[in-house]
Structure formats: C-alpha cells, structure tokens
Design a protein around this ligand. Structure first.
Ligand SMILES: Cc1cc2nc3c(=O)[nH]c(=O)nc-3n(C[C@H](O)[C@H](O)[C@H](O)COP(=O)(O)O)c2cc1C
Length: 179
C-alpha cells in the first residue's frame, strides 16, 4: 500500500492526488488517498508516502506541518516525496519561481523532513470553489495577466508531463526499496 496524502483548498491538489493514485494503481500498487485536512493517518503499513500540498498566502497548510512534525521519524524511514502546488511555480517569471522554491525549502527547513523526491508544480485556479474575496481577487488577476478560464471558471496550468515523470521516479523508488 502507498499513502497519497494531500491538502487542497480549491480542489486542484486533490485532483493531482487522484492522478497519482491512478498512476500507482496502473503499476500494481494499492494507493490510499488521505485528506490531511480531515485525517491524520499513521504510517505503520505503508510502503511509501507521497504528499501533495497547495500554497495559500505563501504557506503550506498548518495541518500538514503538524502531521509531518508528528510523523517525521517514520516518514524519514520510508520512500517519500513532496509536491508543492502553487501559481508561482513554473510561471516563467524568475522572481516568482524563486518564491515557489522558497515555499518548499522553508517548509522542509521548518519541519526537518528530507523527502527523497520533491517538486514545485504549477497548480490551477478554480473560481467556483473560492470564497468571495479571493474569487474577486483572482478574477481580476486573471484579467490583468491575460489568463483564461473555461466556462466553469477553471484554469489548469499544471505541466502534466513533468508531474507524470516525477510520479514514475517516485513509484520506481518505492518498488526498488520494497523488493
Ligand atoms: C486565497 C489564495 C491564496 C493563494 N496564495 C498563493 C501564494 O501565496 N503563492 C502562490 O504561488 N499561489 C497562491 N495561490 C494559488 C494556489 O496555490 C493555486 O491556485 C493552487 O493550485 C491551489 O491548489 P488547491 O486547489 O489544491 O488548493 C493562492 C490561491 C488562493 C485561492
């Protein structure tokens, strides 16, 4: 069994977690998806852990930070990976891309966790899942930056080739280390 944990506010990271679970299933693992904003799983029976977490106001979710701190020793002993999801990653603007790297680095420094694999990936905008103030803010930001959403107010900026390559590397590592 591999554990795929996520923290997602508007649903994009949850969607990436589902994609990771499908990739794991396709190569014979039994992935279990856990929403860390609702549950704090133990790591007793897992062969590997993938954590996917979105950035809001410059930070990962506090629930994720606490869970990683509480489970650090076990996490460190397993094949593990972290995917940090933000709009700054892969944005094509060096200053913002550096911010995305800093979100990830600061989180690892704060928790002391050293995952075997880590990636900053660009997420998406899902206007209908936002509260009113962020929705108005992001509507305006999209208009100002010339970003397009579909009729449902969704825009997906993730580079899926890069994300899938990352998943393959992590899953191969889990396979190798579990014989
Ligand atoms: C209220 C709010 C604050 C955000 N703050 C940041 C931020 O500080 N830096 C950033 O790069 N992206 C930021 N984002 C963009 C999210 O990281 C991005 O939309 C991500 O895909 C959200 O994933 P989720 O839907 O799984 O929560 C913010 C989004 C919202 C709605």
């Amino acid at each position: 069994m591999i554990l795929i944990c996520h923290t997602s506010h508007e649903g994009h990271t949850a969607h990436l977690a589902q994609r990771a679970a499908d990739a794991g299933k396709a190569v014979g693992f039994e992935p279990q998806i856990v929403d860390l904003r609702k549950q704090s799983p133990t790591l007793d029976t897992t062969q590997g852990v993938l954590v996917l977490a979105s950035i809001h106001m410059g930070k990962h979710d506090q629930k994720l930070t606490s869970w990683v701190q509480d489970n650090k020793a076990k996490l460190q002993s397993l094949p593990s990976a972290l995917v940090s999801v933000s709009l700054s990653a892969d944005s094509g603007e060096p200053k913002r891309e550096q911010e995305a790297e800093d979100y990830l680095r600061n989180f690892l420094d704060q928790t002391g966790w050293q995952p075997d694999h880590s990636l900053s990936v660009r997420g998406g905008i899902h206007l209908k899942n936002m509260k009113l103030i962020p929705r108005l803010f992001f509507k305006r930001l999209m208009r100002d930056q010339g970003l397009a959403a579909d009729e449902q107010g969704d825009a997906d900026f993730t580079d899926y080739s890069e994300f899938d390559r990352f998943l393959v590397g992590f899953l191969e590592d889990v396979r190798k280390r579990n014989g």
